[in-house]
Design a protein around this ligand. Sequence first.
Ligand SMILES: Cc1cc2nc3c(=O)[nH]c(=O)nc-3n(C[C@H](O)[C@H](O)[C@H](O)COP(=O)(O)O)c2cc1C
Length: 204
Amino acid sequence: MYFYQPSQGHGLPHDPLNAIIGPRPIGWIASLDGSGQRNLAPYSFFNCFNYRPPIIGFASSGWKDSVRNINETGEFVWNLTTRDLAERMNETSASIPHGEDEFTRAGLTPAPSRIVSAPRVAESPVNFECRLSQCIQLTTAAGSPVETWLVLGEVVAVHIDESLLEEGIYQTARAQPVLRGGGPSAYFTITEAQRFDMRRPDDR
Ligand SMILES: Cc1cc2nc3c(=O)[nH]c(=O)nc-3n(C[C@H](O)[C@H](O)[C@H](O)COP(=O)(O)O)c2cc1C
């Protein structure tokens, strides 16, 4: 077995961590700053953490604009990245000056949300409107602060393109979600052919 202790480096051409914990869904996060300026950025340290109420979260390495905005306004919108939106999602990760609009830069349309002020990505077929529930600075096991913030939000409104519902059941593969692999450039998507079903022991 290849063995390493992360505190001493991995000794490999690329950190394998995010190739192992992968592919990861993408938190494509839209927010507004305190003056109403739009922001949009992808975060692959992202997931859903609770059903009722639904709570999703992403981790920002550094106090980036998304974290700053969400702490200013208490709101954000999560947008599903689909295969046809992959390149535009990637474009929204560019470091551009605060105040420049990633929607415009990536050729995306901001659509009004119903409950929160932050905009939705109109081209994305699923959007979650969220209210900030917690913003937690991570620490090491020894308790030293890490320059990473975990932003958690309660999903207060959900928009789903009805073409992704089959008799009311959401079709995960039909949406062609973009998932992040490891290294500098690897992504995946999924097809229905890769699906298999398995019930929990308690449900059988
Ligand atoms: C697919 C993808 C996933 C990313 N995931 C993260 C992440 O999990 N955490 C992070 O801090 N940055 C991540 N980034 C980089 C941010 O998107 C980038 O720093 C961006 O400029 C941040 O924007 P903001 O300052 O407007 O929030 C990712 C970039 C891409 C393309």
